[in-house]
Design a protein around this ligand. Structure first.
Ligand SMILES: [Zn+2]
Length: 92
């Protein structure tokens, strides 16, 4: 058993941070900083190169060209794959 699963630690679910999530996603994310998971360089999302098309948008690291965000609009909303990013820093 891990320390996090100990008897003194009672996990919550995502609803417990609903207010924080609402605040996060209501912001202008183009000013957020994204760190590349491959080379470690950082840039504002608004400055990252984006290749778009019918299949969605791919945000590429300005330094090493790694795909840091893949985003597609679906019939229900958006699907976002950020496995190429190490960190997304959103200023409040
Ligand atoms: Zn990079």
């Amino acid at each position: 058993m891990s320390a996090e699963a100990g008897a003194d630690f009672i996990p919550l679910d995502g609803n417990a941070v609903a207010g924080d999530l609402s605040e996060l996603f209501a912001r202008d994310v183009t000013t957020a900083t994204i760190r590349c998971g491959s080379c470690g360089s950082s840039a504002e999302i608004g400055a990252v190169r984006v290749y778009g098309g019918a299949m969605g948008s791919i945000f590429r690291c300005f330094t090493c060209d790694t795909a840091v965000i893949r985003m597609v609009r679906t019939p229900r909303g958006f699907a976002i794959d950020m496995r190429g990013a190490a960190l997304l820093l959103v200023n409040t």
